[in-house]
Design a protein around this ligand. Structure first.
Ligand code: TYM
Length: 327
């Protein structure tokens, strides 16, 4: 059976970019593929979080995945560090990756600029660990947002190199895109991201979201309600594209162009439509939070399944690269 694999970093709260760009596809793909979804805590260490903060974030991301519809009866949901084979394979792949390939990674440059006081080697080799995540499960489908394109390209090149050097072992992992591969942040400038503070949290209440939307930029040419707007250049209207029916979107666009509908009302409609998606997720998350033992059980069962699959791959890999003892 074809396998799908993806991961999310526990480095802050999930936002609607994570949901629309990745999570909706996790839920979709688990219906037809053997699925492995992972909270990548080893990746998060590149930001040196406090231990207690990391522990909490791991649980919150797992809760977010489940609340969004990842079904532990269909998919294997686990924490990366519970499966030590990730680190083992990452080292083997590190020895196959030219420095030049890593030097090209724009995310390394971005992250280094964000944390100039902590440019550690893990930040640099980060995409190799990501390649190992995918390869361990010999995954052929990887649901991610557009920001992961370069990492996926590197993964394909590295795994092709492994196959060339050691013999055909890994399939080519293909990117699976959602309808929202790049959700823009509330600043209207950059990708929505935990590190930029421009996000709408998946667990936020309707009031919290409305407060953020109130301050969000709209069509810059529309200073007063009486000015006619251009929905196509408005970031808020782009969010309507993800949450609002085609019919209501047409009404909004017409109201904006004719200055019949003000930005505040347009934002209120958006907040209500977002709440229709976020509200049930928030409620399911609250139920999951109230039963920590259940979450422990789900993650323990997931780790068992993931370890078995990972170990099967590693036995083959160790043999191919010459690490297995011949008794
Ligand atoms: P992370 O934790 O930054 O993001 C998790 C997922 O959310 C997507 N995403 C977005 N999609 C659309 N618009 C946005 N504004 C937006 N922001 C985030 C990301 O593309 C991602 O799919 N390196 C990865 C985690 C990872 C991984 C893996 C992914 C580790 N190992 C193996 C796939 C396979 C990351 O930092 O994602």
């Amino acid at each position: 059976m074809v396998r799908t694999m993806s991961g999310i970093q526990p480095t802050g709260n999930l936002h609607i970019g994570n949901y629309l760009g990745a999570l909706v596809n996790f839920v979709e793909l688990q219906q037809q593929y053997e699925s492995f979804f992972c909270v990548v805590d080893l990746h998060a260490l590149t930001q040196r979080p406090e231990a207690a903060v990391l522990q909490r974030a791991v649980r919150e991301v797992a809760i977010g995945m489940l609340a969004s519809g990842v079904d532990p009866d269909k998919a294997t949901l686990f924490v990366q560090s519970h499966v030590p084979q990730h680190s083992e394979l990452a080292w083997i792949l590190t020895c196959l990756t030219p420095l030049g390939d890593l030097n090209r990674m724009t995310q390394f440059k971005d992250k280094s600029a964000q944390q100039p006081e902590n440019i550690n080697a893990g930040l640099f080799t980060y995409p190799i660990l990501q390649t190992a995540d995918i390869a361990l499960y010999r995954a052929e489908r990887v649901p991610v947002g557009e920001d992961q394109d370069q990492h996926l390209e590197l993964a394909r090149e590295t795994l092709r190199r492994f196959n060339f050097v050691y013999g055909e072992t890994f399939p080519d992992p293909q990117t699976v895109r959602s309808k929202a591969p790049r959700v823009i942040g509330l600043d209207g400038q950059a990708k929505m991201s935990k590190s930029k503070g421009n996000e709408i949290g998946l667990f936020e209440t309707a009031d919290e979201t409305m407060l953020k939307l109130r301050g969000a930029k709209t069509d810059p040419a529309r200073l007063r309600k009486s000015d006619k707007g251009t929905p196509e250049v408005c970031n808020i209207f782009s969010y309507h594209g993800y949450f609002t029916s085609a019919e209501q979107r047409e009404e909004i666009a017409a109201g904006c162009r004719s200055a019949q509908l003000g930005c505040f009302d347009c934002k209120k409609m958006l907040a209500a439509n977002m709440e229709a998606v976020k509200g049930p997720i928030r409620e399911r998350a609250a139920v999951l939070r109230s039963d920590p033992a259940r979450l422990d059980d789900i993650l323990a069962a997931g780790a068992d399944k993931a370890r078995a699959a990972a170990e099967a791959t590693m036995q083959l890999v160790r043999e191919r690269v010459g690490l297995r003892r011949k008794d």
